[in-house]
Design a protein around this ligand. Structure first.
Ligand SMILES: *Cc1c(COP(=O)(O)O)cnc(C)c1O
Length: 361
């Protein structure tokens, strides 16, 4: 598929762009261009374009506004010391947006078009990828929306895939400090055969009430328990969890259809195995977390995702209790895995698994 490129006639000046990327707050500035590819029933994907960044002219009856038929991705571009621009395992994001789309009755974008769309945006907006100091990156937000003007309830016959990009700094301001996590006791994120495995806006919408409650209690994230029994710890609103035991072994909740298949999660499992550490995917109950924290059996907990990479978890909190992990300090393995993964991403640690994909010289 060939992309038609229409340059932004008034891109941000070098001065304003440098200002925007020097101290970016997460997801508040956007580059000069966006990608659009259209899909129509009976025709398929067509009209691949790079166009100036700007509002979407949308009919108020557009299906996505009413029934939330949409999916998205999050993936970053990293600038290496020699100036080249790279991304991390894009074929995984390409496969995941297809799986998410399938669950939400949206068409599957070919993987090569997904990867090409990142190249296309970097070709025109490469200057927006910050220098690596201070863990800065350009965050891509690819997404697919039902863009048919129709209020009937069925899968849309017109869909748009778009990519926008935003220069970002560290997700959590204040550096690598343990975060406090609010335990959602009154809301579930994903049920059996639900949409938990799809990266779709509705899952996020469903998490916001508990997130708000968490903020009010001094927590920056929320952990959701399994919908069926409310006893297993599943994942955060947008990050997967790992538990590190005193004996050195690691446990992460298994993928049973209600947990998002994090690419950072998958990469960490590999890096942990590479070190010869035992890693198990299994259910982890809140009781086990409580008792393990108290006895010291659980030494570290980390949360991971593309946006925040790896973040130590210091405290789990609910209206009933406060569970402190270790001494509420970043754990040794957590910090070391974080250095290794970001080192691979920024090109300063050997990329043993060929995870890095070059976007520009
Ligand atoms: C995106 C996301 C993650 C993290 O996935 P990565 O591929 O590592 O960025 C974890 N949980 C949820 C619910 C997510 O939406």
């Amino acid at each position: 598929m060939k992309f038609e490129v229409t340059r932004n006639p008034s891109p941000l000046s070098d001065f304003d762009r440098e200002a925007a990327i020097s101290d970016p707050t997460f997801g508040s500035h956007f580059t000069d261009h966006q990608v659009v590819v259209v899909w129509e029933a009976g025709i398929g994907w067509h009209s691949a374009q790079v166009i100036p960044y700007g509002p979407i002219l949308m009919d108020p009856s557009s299906a996505v506004l009413h029934y939330g038929q949409e999916v998205f991705e999050g993936i970053k571009a990293y600038r290496h010391e020699d100036g080249s621009i790279w991304t991390f395992r894009p074929e995984m994001n390409a496969a995941r947006i297809q799986r998410s789309a399938k669950r939400m009755a949206l068409p599957e974008l070919p993987a090569d078009v997904f990867i090409d769309s990142l190249h296309q945006l970097i070709a025109v907006d490469g200057d927006w990828v910050p220098k690596p100091e201070g863990e800065k990156t350009l965050y891509f937000r690819p997404f697919e929306i039902a863009a048919e003007n129709f209020l009937g309830v069925r899968a849309a016959k017109r869909v748009e895939y778009r990519v926008i990009a935003s220069p970002v700094g560290p997700y959590f301001v204040g550096g690598v400090k343990p975060i406090s996590i609010w335990i959602a006791l009154d809301s579930s994120r994903a049920g059996k055969h639900g949409t938990g495995e799809a990266k779709t806006g509705g899952n996020y919408a469903a998490s916001l009430l508990a997130q708000q409650e968490g903020y009010d209690q001094g927590c920056s994230q929320v952990v959701f328990l399994d919908a069926e029994t409310s006893t297993h710890v599943e994942e955060l609103g947008g990050m997967n969890l790992f538990f590190i035991y005193k004996d050195g072994s690691v446990v992460t909740p298994g993928l049973d259809g209600t947990i998002l298949r994090g690419i950072t999660r998958d990469s960490l499992i590999t890096l942990i195995r590479d070190r010869g550490i035992k890693i198990t995917e299994r259910k982890v109950t809140l009781d086990e977390v409580r008792e393990g924290a108290k006895s010291g059996e659980i030494a570290e907990v980390l949360a991971c995702g593309t946006a925040a990479v790896i973040t130590p978890v210091g405290i789990f909190k609910s209206r009933d209790e406060e569970i402190v992990i270790g001494d509420n300090q970043p754990g040794e393995l957590t910090v070391s895995l974080r250095e290794e993964l970001t080192g691979i991403q920024y090109g300063i640690v050997a990329d043993r698994h060929n995870w890095m994909h070059k976007l520009a010289d």
